[in-house]
Design a binder for this molecule. Structure first.
Ligand code: FES
Length: 562
């Protein structure tokens, strides 16, 4: 089954199970009011969950989720996992061990023996004898579900705004459920302390007879043994798979400017890299949701299968050029040379040839992209809200720059300075920069769809673009080092962006840049001359109202490294 389909089934089945668990736990919380209220709510709940369609959907979700998670786990090619993945994996395998015996003493007893398994029966059965097991089960289910939900939602733009409320719910629901469980459990225990009431309860609930109890106990033990046997079988398969991988054919994976490793064919590229102790970004557990594992394929792309659905969707969202792939989605069978595109805290990776650049004169295209009226947007805004908005805006800008083989050189407080053509040369860099500028203009429509209402107006950008000879070098700043462009030419784009903002243009670009990009159709642009007092020279400027209207010269497109 294609990975994207099994991933979607796992997600949908997980959501169904989480909804069931949440409703179940909220029902427990009603125990804070009374046992009768608990039973009343349960009756409504059972209308859905005990109906044939409800039972079929629940059973299918449980089976699909468990089988797919089990299959994915035994197919793993690397076991260096982030802590959250490890916790989700361990809770996922502990849940069936505790859940199946509970299902047998309630649902199965009801279906086969006619037991009335309402709260009175369940609490009489559980409280206080197995209260800690049920508490552990509730917490494991909730933790497992919340981790899954968090790592699914964290890439949505609205999630950060909703997070405080969701955190409160994530704590309140299990807390209320456990308190309801405790209060009602104690109430039932007090009630059943009276032998007459205990006898009455056994009659009302059709409490299983001695033989039936033994039979149910046997069923519970068998279920525990079956789950344990499955876990042992899974562990054995994993061990044998790793032994088989040692003997499997190897391919050379070269990280541009770094090391080359020999990795066994079979695992994903992300697993190959990580199992060789090379750190690589990933925040979705290899589910094609975060895009942080993306790499540029320098050599060997022809041996890779085309992207599957999930990878295609993610790469299209990032506007990634054709030679960019997700490391978590490809399983290389031939030698590959790659450049990781996201490193550390999210900085674009530097091209390999810049890894230790001492300083070199290069003619590059520089684009300053600034947010207009930034002080008004930032004023009186919560720090977390401001960071969220800026991340939305800069995320769109960074995606467009990277998709056109550019690099964010530095943050300017209210914007960024992007560099194009460091490897491809100035002319191709200028064409790539114009492509990026158009893409940024279009991407801002989508950003504004999400945030304009919050700000009260759409966010507008002012951009300045110029081609200049600069010095490109690795700057050492205390414990860190960073590639940066230096030189007088590097200051022009910021001045041009300022000019664009004052004139009400979206872009001000130098005539030199337009010529380098091969722009011959500049109808509708404004022309100005900007004096440079220090240099005693003038700069001819074109002002563009809407960057998306720029007619790119034939052949312009996302630049690719030469
Ligand atoms: S690890 Fe998240 S997309 Fe690959």
């Amino acid at each position: 089954m294609p990975a994207s389909i099994s991933q979607n089934i796992r997600l949908v089945s997980g959501l169904i199970l989480f909804a069931f668990a949440a409703a179940h736990f909220l029902n427990h919380a009603v125990g804070l009011f009374s046992l009768e209220a608990m039973d009343e709510v349960q009756e409504w709940r059972l209308v859905v969950t005990r109906s044939w369609p409800g039972m079929i959907v629940l059973a299918a979700a449980l089976l699909a989720h468990a089988v797919l998670a089990f299959t994915k786990t035994i197919q793993r090619g690397a076991w260096r996992l982030p802590a959250w993945e490890l916790v989700q994996l361990l809770t996922g395998f502990a849940i069936p061990l505790l859940l199946l015996p509970h299902v047998i003493e309630t649902h199965v007893a009801h279906a086969l023996l006619g037991v009335q398994d309402g709260y009175l029966y369940a609490l009489a059965l559980i409280w206080p004898r197995a209260a800690w097991i049920q508490t552990a089960l509730l917490l494991l289910v909730w933790l497992h579900g919340c981790i899954g939900l968090h790592h699914w939602l964290k890439f949505r733009s609205w999630y950060r705004l909703a997070q405080p409320l969701l955190i409160v719910l994530a704590i309140a629901v299990p807390l209320a459920a456990l308190m309801g469980f405790m209060v009602s459990g104690r109430a039932v225990a007090a009630l059943l302390a009276d032998p007459a009431m205990a006898e009455r309860m056994r009659q009302v609930t059709h409490w299983p007879g001695e033989l039936d109890e033994k039979w149910l106990g046997l069923l519970q033990t068998s279920a525990r043994i079956a789950v344990a046997a499955l876990l042992v079988a899974g562990a054995t398969i994993i061990v044998f798979r790793h032994i088989a991988l040692l003997a499997a054919p190897k391919v050379a994976i070269a990280v541009a400017g770094g090391t080359t490793v020999q990795a066994a064919v079979g695992p994903t590229l992300l697993e190959m890299i990580r199992s060789n102790d090379i750190p690589h970004r990933s925040e979705c557990g290899g589910r094609a949701r975060c895009g942080l594992c993306r790499i540029r394929v320098e050599e060997g792309a022809q041996a890779l299968p085309p992207p599957g659905h999930a990878e295609r969707v993610m790469l299209a969202g990032l506007k990634a050029p054709e030679n960019v792939r997700l490391a978590c989605q490809i399983r290389p069978e031939g030698p590959l040379t790659i450049t990781p595109l996201v490193v550390g805290g999210g900085t674009l990776a530097q091209p390999a040839e810049h890894a230790d650049l001492q300083g070199e004169r290069r003619t590059v295209c520089l684009v300053a992209i600034r947010v207009r009226a930034f002080p008004a947007i930032a004023a009186d805004r919560l720090a977390s809200d401001l960071v969220f908005l800026i991340n939305e805006i800069f995320g769109a800008i960074g995606g467009a720059v990277e998709a056109s083989a550019g690099r964010i050189d530095r943050f300017l407080g209210d914007g960024v300075l992007a560099v194009f053509g460091e490897q491809q040369g100035a002319d191709q860099g200028c064409r790539a920069a114009l492509q990026a500028i158009r893409a940024i203009d279009i991407a801002m429509d989508r950003v504004n769809d999400r945030i304009a209402a919050e700000i009260g107006r759409p966010v507008e950008l002012a951009m300045g673009a110029h081609v200049a000879e600069t010095v490109v070098g690795q700057l050492r700043l205390g414990g860190t080092s960073q590639l940066a462009v230096l030189g007088l030419g590097a200051e022009w784009p910021a001045r041009l962006a300022e000019l664009a903002a004052t004139r009400g243009w979206q872009l001000a670009m130098s005539a030199r840049m337009a010529a380098a990009a091969g722009l011959d159709d500049l109808d509708g642009t404004m022309r100005e001359r900007l004096a440079d007092a220090e240099q005693g020279s003038d700069l001819d400027i074109f002002g563009v109202q809407r960057a998306r209207d720029i007619a790119l010269a034939a052949g312009a497109g996302p630049g690719t490294p030469a």
